[in-house]
Design a protein around this ligand. Structure first.
Ligand code: SF4
Ligand code: SF4
Ligand SMILES: [Zn+2]
Length: 280
């Protein structure tokens, strides 16, 4: 795996690091059944490492992106996240939100789905149909844009993310970093990051390159079976809420099963491979 972040940055611990739920307690004293080698624990370490890279850049570079607290326009963009990242959001909400607030987010997500159907029927169709990850990525490339509604986890009053310390990888890196592998095609990439940031070279000049983190992110978002990586379907946060609300624990943060958290990664991969990699 080329460009893998340094092993030392991502080393396993014996559970003495802070728990992924945001309690501030050591993992072995908090979520006691969770393996420090679980998918969720790896994702949280990846979050920490990429934050460190972005933080170091912010502390030392005179050229900065305009992203700031309360700027949340990009929280209305259509973008998918992995299942384990979504479950980390539920764990955070369970600890920090009231039951009513949680139920309200599920309600809002159902409203979001209806709105998407009206305003972006192509995106809605690919979201709700049984397509594979490649088909999903293709649909995102062709149809994704800015929704008329923000993420249901955004505080609309003040534009702040209500799950900030547990927010997914893309939320952490969009705007505040870039991914550049150096290919000539990428150099020609047009488009904007958002209405305040031009894409391509302009973005690269004001942000750190986090290309090295992507292989690990993809490893954790998907399933590794021997040398093969099986791509898992991803969904926008609102649609994960819809799916879990309808087919999981209702309008609650109940997870059903905790494989993403409790099982060591290799064991989890093997189990998902045996089940056809559909879901955990
Ligand atoms: S990417 Fe753009 S919209 Fe998002 S926080 Fe940064 S400046 Fe604001
Ligand atoms: S999780 Fe937070 S940062 Fe990410 S889209 Fe939702 S509100 Fe915005
Ligand atoms: Zn915990």
């Amino acid at each position: 795996m080329p460009n893998m972040p340094e092993a030392k940055n991502h080393s396993l611990t014996d559970g003495n690091e802070p728990c992924f739920c945001g309690s501030g307690r050591k993992m072995r004293l908090c979520h006691k059944t969770a393996s420090p080698d679980s998918r969720a624990a790896h994702v949280v370490r990846l979050y920490r490492d990429v934050e460190q890279t972005i933080g170091d850049y912010r502390a030392t570079s005179p050229k900065q992106p305009p992203c700031r607290e309360g700027c949340s326009n990009c929280c209305s963009d259509y973008f998918p996240v992995s299942q384990v990242e979504f479950e980390l959001l539920l764990v955070y909400m369970e600890r920090h939100w009231s039951k009513d607030e949680i139920a309200e987010a599920f309600d809002r997500a159902e409203e979001n789905l209806l709105l998407l159907e009206k305003e972006n029927p192509d995106m809605h169709a690919s979201l709700t149909h049984n397509i594979d990850r490649k088909g999903e990525l293709d649909a995102v490339r062709r149809h994704a844009g800015r929704n008329s509604f923000p993420c249901p986890l955004l505080d609309r009053e003040n534009g702040r993310c209500r799950v900030y310390s547990a927010r997914p990888f893309l939320c952490r890196t969009h705007g505040s970093s870039h991914t550049f592998y150096g290919g000539w095609r990428e150099r020609l990439q047009p488009g904007q990051v958002c209405e305040y940031i031009d894409g391509g070279r302009s973005h690269r000049k004001i942000t750190p390159n986090i290309a090295d983190y992507w292989p690990l992110y993809e490893e954790l978002a998907d399933v590794r079976v021997g040398k093969e990586r099986r791509l898992l379907r991803q969904y926008p946060i609102f649609y994960w809420l819809v799916l879990y609300g309808r087919h999981g624990g209702g309008k609650t943060t109940e997870l059903g099963n905790r494989d993403n958290f409790d099982l060591p990664l290799a064991e989890h991969n093997a189990r998902m491979a045996a089940h056809g990699s559909s879901a955990n």
